[in-house]
Every structure is written in structure tokens, then in C-alpha cells.
Design a protein around this ligand. Sequence first.
Ligand code: GAF
Length: 390
Amino acid sequence: MTFLEPGDPQTTAEHLGGAFREAFGAPAQVVGRAPGRVNLIGEHTDYNAGLVLPLALAHATFAAARRRTDDRVRVRSRQSDETWEGTLAEASAAPGWAGYAAGVLWALAEREGVPVPGMDVLVDSTVPLGAGLSSSAALECAVAVAAVALADQELDDDLRARLVRAAMTAETEVVGAPTGGMDQTIAMHGRGGAALLIDFRSGEHRPVPLDLDDLGLTVLVTDTRVSHALHDGGYASRRADCEEAARLLGLPSLREATLEQVEGLADDRLRRRARHIVTEIARVTATVEALAEQDRAALGRLFLASHVSMRDDFEISCEELDTVVETAVEAGAVGARMTGGGFGGSAVSLVPTERVSAVVRAIDARFVTAGFRAPAHLLGVPSVGAGRLG
Ligand code: GAF
């Protein structure tokens, strides 16, 4: 059974240090690390002022950096070997992956007033790219952490909040993906052994202990390897539908809507979109309660209801994701659902630990029979949020 491994952070950082010296001819001075995430439940609710319950993965992105004597920025990735170079001002228009890495430096300096020196940056990642596990936010946050470490700033709660905002600005304004903030928040505030309940109306978040041993469950994440991109039309059109539904109901956001109000919407598509949001927010609260009560059956029902809602009402699933969910449950998972933005990417299953091998084998076999590309699996171990290494 092979899982995508997160690797040991210190070893990854050492390799990155060696590669940095080769790429830029001098040693790195700091290394920032930021994790990917898997969302347990609460999908597309963040930009509706709702609730989400993600956990930070052990899989992470690392950014090694060195201060320059001029104000230029060079960012390079071990994944693509492409270098982007320019001034901080030019970073606001950096294309492709550099939009996240250099864009966040621009946002830190220009929007958050955080001093950012000229620097060379090399990144490496164990978060699978394009798998709906928030590799973009991990990239933004790892670079941001490295930048503030170079500027000798202490990463306290206030600075973490500014880094979250800068990472969101890079994503929405530089890359053009109108995302809601869950990924950046969990990357900066993740806790070992806990999921994070984030309330996007109050802006508050708190850890929700996730004692998987006590529950006898493993969080299995399956990447369908169907490509998923947040800057194409699907994500933005769901967001526009939600905003239109709230407007028609005369509400500031769907967080304020009741199911009764939503069922009264005349437009079938908007009614279904809004129904997903209202029921999904309620499922987040119910999941937190089920975790506290260690009620595995309730967790399973909530996961499946969430998946059905995303498949039928929000229409963001795909055949491969539906296949993972169906097969995982048939092979013994307590519950399973697609996770993240949708249109491909990953599913998350809660699997009795002794059934993990059987579930993985069943999914792999079903993908072969269906003629799908082989999926990849990893274990969702709740891990710590972004920080400086060493
Ligand atoms: C993506 C977005 F980036 C998040 O903000 C969130 O909306 C998620 O999709 C869906 O829950 O990861």
C-alpha cells in the first residue's frame, strides 16, 4: 500500500538548502513552511459568511529565502524549475505559479504595510499540486512566512492575520481566483491533533480536537487526479449564484438565510445552490457535535449528505469523485465526500483504521475497471500551521 508521504520537514529543508545554494550561489538564511489542508466539512461556505472545519495536513510547502542587496525578487520552484524575476511592484502581475509566490510579497508590502526586502526564494512541496488540497495557499503562506522571517518580524497572532489577508489578496487579485479564505486561514492557524472550526461571519476560529485513535478512524484522502483549477469559470459561477440568491432574499449573505426562505426562491438553480449552503452550514455544526460525542454513525451520515448536496444541488462533483465516495462506503468507510473546490481534486473518507487497506484496494480496482487514471492516496494527519523552520 503506498501513500503520498509528507516526508520529514527537517530533511526536506536540508535538501532545499542544498538546492538553494546551487540555484542562487549562496546559502539560504531562512526556511518557511506552510501546510496543505483537507476540509472535513463545510464546502463553499466560507465566501457565504459560513462555517468550515478543515485540518492542516502534514504535507507542506517549504520556501527557502535569502535577502538581496537590491529590491528585486527572484522566485524559483523545484517543481517547475522556472524562475520569475522582477521588482515588488511588477509582482502584482506575475503570471502562473509566480502569481502566488511573488504576488503574496507584493500584497504584504502594498496592502498590509509589512516591510518586504528584495530576496531570492526557492520553493519545494509535498502537497500534491492541483489536487484540491490547497497547494496554492501553502505556497503563498510559506513564502510569506519566509519573507517576514527575513525581515526579523515575530510571527504573532496579529502578523498571522495579516499574512492570511495578503495570501488571499494574491489569490483573488493577482491570480484572479475569487476564493473565500478557508485555505489561507487553516494554513496559518492549523493545530496538531485538531481540526479548526472557522466562522467567516465573526472571523473567529477555534481548534476542535480530533482524536482519531479514540474514534478508531483514519482520515483517508484520495486524489482523483482529475485536474482542478479555481480560476476557471465553475468556482466563480457558484459564488455568483450564491450572491444572487442572497440578494434576491434581501440578505447580506446566505449565512442569514433559513431553509424555508431558500425553498421559496423561484429560480430552480439558485434555490439548489442556496439550499446546499444553508444545509452545509448546519452540517458543520452537527459534525462538531458528533465529534464531541464520538458518534461515528452520525459523522458518516453527515459526510454522505454533504456529498449528495454537492453532487445534486451545488453540482461540483464529477464521476471520479462519486466513484471514490460510493466505493469507499461499500468497502467499509463510515462516510466519504468530495472535499475542496470541486470539479475534480480529492475526496475525504472516514475509515475504520483496520479497513484502510481494503478501502484503498477497492477504490484502486474500481478506477481500473472504470478506465480512470490511477488515483493517489494520503493520510490526513492533523498537523501544525505555518511557521519558520529551525
Ligand atoms: C477552495 C477555495 F479556495 C476555498 O476558499 C473554499 O471556497 C473551497 O474551495 C470550497 O469549500 O479551496
